[in-house]
Design a protein around this ligand. Structure first.
Ligand code: F0G
Length: 354
């Protein structure tokens, strides 16, 4: 029996900024799988679990925050919601706006968004504006428009609603494991998710639902690592387009998560991200988009440098679904082998013995 009806109508409702007057706008997000990775556990001699956020309705963790943001936007009588995005936020905002009967406009960096995500925003009926500039420029414009026009901004910047929704990932993890992990690894772009995940652990800890707190290990792509360098990057470069962010809006929150948890924010190269991306598919049967592999890339990098003590409980957020970015999937791959429509030919191609 399926008794899951999304985050707002779950036990997590008490932690969310909604009231009896708030209409629930939901696609039954949340309650995502927490899978043990035999391969990564064996490699690190730790207990490594993968939180599969690509299993959310629009294929990324953004749905956790968007159900709250759009429910409240509907309650407040908004007509148009707007966001800047590297792709996933726009897909999620567009879907939840459709669900709420609202219009959505999304600002994306031209040429900087995986096609699957654009396809999603189109099919969910959003107005798509391709801006000649970076994600950071799109966000600046979206904030300006929200300040001067009757539109609701649904980026997590200054949007406590989005962060409150995204905290639920930590609640689910603690409820599944019975305790917080020792280490939580995840990719970092605009900084909202590491901030929210850390706040979620703190909330549960304060409420006595977890006895300990994890160390937060955030990973940025080396060519887009402002938090690592301590200053904005004007031309962020990485093939992990979802985290191609040069000036994270939730900068302070990400640094607070690192400091308070005794964790770190480090850089991983595109080569390391791609290696982790391939490993997840091949070894765990989990297809993620490249940015989503940054947490695994970071764990492997720290393991190789002898910085991961054995015996720890480690959770890694896999933020988005691989189906969104087929260009990445097919890049550097062997083309399929063609044969005629005869079993004997296929058998020969596969070197099957009689
Ligand atoms: N992973 C994926 C797949 C993402 O789409 C994002 C952010 C992140 C990680 C990083 O999360 O920004 O909270 O630090 N995507 C945003 C977007 C920027 O517009 O979809 P963050």
């Amino acid at each position: 029996m399926n008794s899951w009806h999304g985050l707002i109508d779950s036990d997590y409702r008490r932690w969310l900024p909604v009231t009896d007057r708030t209409p629930t706008v939901s696609l039954h997000e949340g309650n995502t799988p927490l899978l043990r990775s035999a391969h990564l556990s064996g490699l690190t001699a730790c207990d490594v679990r993968l939180k599969i956020e690509g299993a959310n309705p629009t294929g990324s963790f953004k749905d956790r925050g968007m159900t709250v943001a759009l429910s409240r936007a509907a309650e407040d009588g908004a007509e148009l919601v707007i966001c800047a995005s590297t792709g996933n936020t726009s897909a999620s905002a567009a879907a939840y706006a459709a669900r709420a009967g609202l219009s959505a406009a999304v600002l994306v960096p031209r040429g900087g968004v995986a096609l699957g995500k654009l396809g999603q925003a189109i099919r969910y009926g959003a107005r798509i504006v391709e801006v000649d500039g970076t994600f950071d420029a799109c966000l600046r414009i979206a904030r300006e428009l929200a300040a001067h026009h009757p539109v609701a901004l649904v980026n997590s910047v200054g949007n406590e609603l989005r962060l409150a929704g995204q905290r639920t990932v930590a609640y689910e993890i603690v409820d599944a494991l019975g305790e917080a992990p020792d280490i939580h690894c995840l990719p970092v772009g605009n900084g909202g998710n590491v901030t929210a995940t850390w706040q979620g652990y703190r909330t549960y800890h304060s409420a006595g639902r977890a006895r300990r707190l994890p160390r937060m290990w955030g990973f940025q792509a080396a060519g887009a690592a402002p938090l690592v360098h301590g200053e904005p990057v004007s031309r962020p470069e990485t093939l992990a387009s979802a985290i191609r962010v040069g000036n994270p809006a939730t900068w302070e929150g990400a640094i607070t998560a690192r400091e308070e948890s005794g964790g770190l924010v480090a850089a991983v190269t595109d080569e390391q991200i791609l290696a982790a991306y391939r490993l997840l598919g091949r070894r765990d049967g989990v297809f993620v988009e490249p940015a989503s592999a940054a947490g695994v890339a970071g764990l492997l990098d720290h393991h190789e440098r002898g910085l991961v003590a054995p015996g720890q409980s480690i959770v890694i957020t896999l933020t988005g679904n691989g189906l969104k970015d087929q260009d990445a999937a097919l890049r550097d791959s062997e083309p399929p082998t063609r044969t005629g429509a005869a079993a004997s030919e296929v058998a020969r191609t596969l070197s099957l013995t009689p």
